[in-house]
Design a protein around this ligand. Structure first.
Ligand code: NDP
Length: 247
């Protein structure tokens, strides 16, 4: 019996090569720190801020395919080919549709959706070769329930669900999973920008009656990256205090 437990424990603690895009701050940094604490080899991308203390960093802009390719090569040379991709880099450019320029729409799609595609594509070859892979995309409650002023952002996050589910059907037989983690209102720079009255309104709609912490998103991603989550794919997992229930 003791032997069985030992096997289970070591199986759930396999050290993986992880890349977290936008892991220099906010949710991405909390995820990177958590996965490093879990015993994984973790790299983060940054756009010039440098790597956070104690983490390996590569400079990368996910809107630039060449920059993504270079970053993946650097990570592979440092810690082995990426086995767990946390596609976290994201931006907002909120405004009502009547005021939203085409550039405001396409720039958000390019960073949040096409950026995730560029990284997923860069990770796929080695995942297929090694018969192991975990794609974890940072979606949003907005991707399923929609939010006024976020036509661009919500569309980009909804697109990630289609991407994760298509990847699941396309390469799921090779021990590769693809999931979306959909945070609600989390305390980071992204939400710090929002007007106070908007935050008060949002708080009223959250059953948990509080804003979430980046570490609470990181805990779910830690599990998705672990061997325990091998049979979970194509899922959208909310981390939102109940905000998006029913979608
Ligand atoms: P932050 O604004 O705090 O951080 C965004 C991160 O993405 C930064 O590291 C930023 O890098 C990086 N980034 C942005 N654009 C690019 C790009 N073109 N190339 C590479 N990196 C880029 O956001 P959060 O931590 O709050 O959000 C992280 C993810 O979670 C996002 O995808 C967001 O949409 C999602 N999310 C967040 C929620 C929240 O309430 N906070 C709710 C739902 C989803 P740099 O430092 O260089 O700017």
């Amino acid at each position: 019996m003791a032997e069985t437990n030992e096997t289970t424990t070591s199986a759930t603690r396999t050290s993986r090569s992880v890349l977290v895009t936008g892991g220099n701050r906010g949710i991405g940094l909390a995820v990177a720190r958590r996965l490093a604490d879990d015993g994984h080899r973790v790299a983060v991308t940054h756009r010039g801020s440098g790597a956070p203390e104690g983490l390996f960093g590569v400079k990368c802009d996910v809107t630039d395919a060449e920059s993504v390719a270079t970053a993946f090569k650097e990570v592979e040379a440092h810690q082995g080919a990426v086995e767990v991709l946390v596609a976290n880099a994201g931006i907002t450019a909120d405004t009502l549709i009547m005021r939203m320029s085409e550039e405001q729409f396409t720039s958000v799609i390019d960073a949040n959706l096409t950026g995730a595609f560029r990284c997923a594509k860069a990770a796929t070859r080695s995942m297929l070769r090694n018969r192991f892979g975990r794609f974890i995309f940072l979606g949003s409650v907005a991707g399923t329930s929609g939010l006024p002023g976020q036509v661009n952002y919500a569309a980009s996050k909804a697109g990630l669900i289609g991407m994760a589910r298509s990847l699941t059907r396309e390469i799921g037989s090779r021990n590769i999973t693809a999931n979306v983690v959909a945070p609600g209102f989390i305390d980071t720079d992204m939400t710090a920008e929002l007007p106070a009255e908007y935050k008060e309104q949002a708080l009223k709609a959250i059953p948990a009656q509080r804003i979430g912490k980046p570490e609470e998103v990181a805990a779910v991603i830690s599990w998705l990256a672990s061997d325990d989550a091998a049979y979970v794919s194509g899922a959208v997992i909310p981390v939102d205090g109940g905000l998006g229930m029913g979608h």
